[in-house]
Write a new protein. Structure first.
Length: 108
């Protein structure tokens, strides 16, 4: 597999995009990451990661319809690409294989 760079934070954001499929947008990703991580996340960091991953071909984006609730603004939705899923699968396999190398040590 061609090596594709995916940082830890990007990986978390990409996992959220995959989890919410075609419903993923910045604030939804932010709220769910904050819940899972138990700490505050900067919305700008989310947007930068999404833009970087779109440039790498891991996600695509499109705009939803105009809504009154958002003052006439549209949400930008993100969807994981086949390449993005392949990179996530590679990361998962790599992390799992390394984790499985940990010897059975008793700490009690």
């Amino acid at each position: 597999m061609i090596e594709h760079s995916l940082g830890e934070f990007e990986e978390l954001v990409l996992l959220m995009v995959a989890a919410f499929h075609d419903k993923a947008y910045g604030v939804l990703i932010l709220e769910n990451l904050e819940e899972k991580l138990g700490k505050k996340v900067n919305i700008s960091a989310i947007h930068v990661a999404l833009k970087r991953m779109e440039h790498k071909g891991f996600v695509t984006s499109g705009y939803g319809g105009i809504t009154k609730e958002r003052g006439g603004r549209r949400k930008k939705f993100y969807v994981i690409t086949a390449l993005g899923k392949k990179v996530l699968d590679h990361q998962y396999a790599l992390r799992t294989s390394i984790y499985q190398q940990i010897p059975k040590i008793s700490f009690g």
